[in-house]
Design a protein around this ligand. Sequence first.
Ligand SMILES: [Zn+2]
Length: 143
Amino acid sequence: MASKLVDEKTGRYLPVLYPEEKPFWDAAKERRLVLQRCKSCGKSWYPIGPACPHCFATDFEWSQMSGRGKIHNYVIYHKAWTPWFEKRVPYAVVQVELDEGPRLTTNLLDCPVSEVKIGTPVEVAYEDITDEITLVQFRRAAG
Ligand SMILES: [Zn+2]
C-alpha cells in the first residue's frame, strides 16, 4: 500500500499506511473502528503491534470497538508546525480512552479548545481526508 507523507492538494500531513495496519484503515473507510483483540487474554490494544502488550501472546483477531470512551488527557497546540495548521491553531490533540481500554491519540471535532475537558464522554467520528485515507476522530457524545 503506497502512501505519501503530505497531501499535494491540501498540504495536510497524512498517516503512513503500514501493511500490518490495513484492517484498521479499511474499517475506518467503512465507518467502523476495529482494533486487535488478544485471543489469549481477551484484551484489546493500541498502537497496533504484533503482540498483546498485556500477556505477550501473538494470536489476535480484529475486533469492532464500541466507539465510545472519554477524554483521558489532552494538549492544546498554539504553534503551527506546518502551513496547514496556520489557520487551525489553537487546536487540541486528545487522548481518548475507549470503553474497551485502549487509548487513541486523536482530534476532537466540532469542539472549541476552551471546552475540551478530561473525562468528557466522546464517540468515534470519521473524516475522509483523501480517496484512500479516512481518519478515526472523535466528537463529544450526544446527550
Ligand atoms: Zn493478551
